[in-house]
Design a binder for this molecule. Structure first.
Ligand code: DUC
Ligand code: ZN
Ligand code: ZN
Length: 465
């Protein structure tokens, strides 16, 4: 048998263990794993490198409508360029309808924006912000049937937040159609109460973004979201968990038998609320929701990563330019934190940060790294051909050099933002080659070839991880 490609001699991270072997690739699929393979058009020497399943970032925002005059820093071209340079082969962005647009029309427009521009594969989650009979009775079932098998609901943000009753109605559709609900758990009324008070007191700088979204805001909403899911009898994912108290609610829910999955992100193990307090307007670079917390919370989140509470480690890539009135420096943003667009860039730095802080520093194994950065994302969100180095799967493989040391620098990144929150952060271990369905798309930090990513219709979520 002649193979298209052999990856020779890497330490290969598979669900069954870590082993040094060759990987055979044919027609974009992994066709063989063996001590020695021969006879290929291309042989990639990977001795000294680690072969990981291509990263799946199941929480990114790309070209998402962000309010009048505000523009996200990435389109599908730049976001997926950044993704593959950071060791990802699939990203799952959220599809948010514009004002007055139906969910179906929003998805069609999103497909148009992505088509032909993606350097990795993509698959869209939906954001459900209205619960009228057409959305819940027609659009959502049709879109789930077409492979959009997960959707996010918000408990915060005016115009996005759903009431408890509305969340239950959305959950009922998820139950009926076998889809998975993701929840942004922060209590909008509590935030509004605190925000009004802060503004009345003249506390309007970026640091008050964090102070008006304190831990109880997230803890209460996390408890309520899990309770609503228990009432509706559905599994759910709590996304971007930032602190130990919210995580404790998730643990308690699980002890009661609730099927709750948990996601955290690099910002909750590396940034703190003090970053929002940096001089001048610099703090705006760190404004995201939930906000970064304290170093004690880093400890609690790490305990969840090492102890198995978190299934998912995602970026929540939500990029805005800093020196730009269409970004962080939006009209009125210097007068009150309320007007600073929420979100930070991170799709290119998620995996190096976790590899360096987690694997190299000895907190997690290579297998746990693969599970929370790829395998669990594929299973939970129904990407049946992705997320693991196994015969029959897509040949989405990333080669890592565990000894390569280099700090994160904005000048080396490929996203559309004009800054990174991790400027100067020291990293040991970088992805040096990203292979998408058998073709190299990044080598030594440089993009290779033209965009060849596509949209993946997903199957049913696997909710028994
Ligand atoms: N929630 C997200 O998931 N991303 C960015 C902003 C937000 O509130
Ligand atoms: Zn969110
Ligand atoms: Zn997000």
């Amino acid at each position: 048998m002649t193979l298209a490609t052999i990856i020779r001699g890497a330490r290969v991270v598979t669900p069954a263990g870590v082993t040094t072997c060759d990987i055979g690739i044919e027609d974009g699929k992994i066709t063989a794993l063996a001590a020695r393979l021969e006879g290929a058009g291309e042989v990639i020497d990977a001795s000294g490198l680690i072969a990981m399943p291509g990263g799946i970032d199941s929480h990114v925002h790309i070209s998402q409508p962000s309010g009048p005059g505000i523009e996200m820093a990435d389109d599908f071209g730049s976001a997926t360029a950044a993704a593959v340079c950071g060791g990802n082969t699939t990203v799952l962005p959220f599809c948010l309808p514009e004002e007055g647009q139906t969910l179906r029309a929003a998805v069609a427009a999103y497909h148009d924006k992505a088509r032909g521009n993606c350097r990795c594969d993509v698959s869209f989650h939906l954001i459900v912000k209205q619960t009228d009979p057409v959305t819940l009775g027609q659009d959502l079932p049709a879109l789930i049937n077409a492979g959009h098998t997960s959707f996010k609901v918000f408990m915060t943000y005016q115009g996005l937040a759903l009431s408890d009753r509305e969340i239950l109605d959305v959950m009922a559709v998820a139950r009926e159609q076998g889809a998975l609900v993701m929840v942004h758990a922060e209590n909008e009324d509590a935030i509004e109460f605190l925000r009004d008070k802060a503004e009345r007191d003249g506390n309007t700088g970026p640091q008050f973004h964090a102070r008006t979204r304190p831990v109880p805001v997230e803890r209460e909403a996390t408890h309520r979201a899990i309770s609503l899911a228990e009432i509706a009898d559905v599994p759910l994912t709590i996304v971007h968990v930032s602190n130990g108290e919210a995580l404790a609610e998730i643990r308690r829910g699980r002890q009661r038998g609730a099927r709750v999955f948990a996601e955290t992100c690099p910002q909750y193990i590396t940034l703190t609320a003090d970053d929002l307090d940096r001089a001048g307007f610099e703090g705006a670079k760190y404004v995201c929701s939930p906000p970064p917390r304290t170093t004690d919370d880093w400890g609690a989140i790490w305990a969840g990563i090492t102890g198995g509470d978190f299934e998912l480690f995602s970026s929540d890539h939500c990029p805005f330019r800093f020196a730009d009135p269409a970004g962080k420096d939006a009209p009125g943003a210097r007068n009150t934190f309320r007007n600073i667009p929420n979100g930070i860039p991170g799709v290119e730095t998620r995996l190096p940060i976790l590899f360096s802080e987690g694997v190299i520093k000895g907190h997690i194994s290579l297998q746990r790294f693969a599970a929370i950065t790829a395998t669990n994302h594929a299973r939970l969100y129904g990407l049946t051909t992705k997320g693991a180095i196994m015969v029959g799967m897509d040949a989405d493989i990333v080669l890592w050099d565990p000894e390569l040391k280099r700090p994160i620098r904005q000048k080396d990144l490929h996203h559309g933002a004009d800054y990174t929150p991790w400027e100067g952060f020291e990293i040991t271990g970088w992805p040096v080659r990203t292979i998408l369905r058998g073709q190299t798309v990044m080598q030594d930090g440089a993009l290779v070839g033209t965009p060849r990513g596509g949209h993946i219709a997903r199957g049913a979520p696997e909710v028994t991880l």
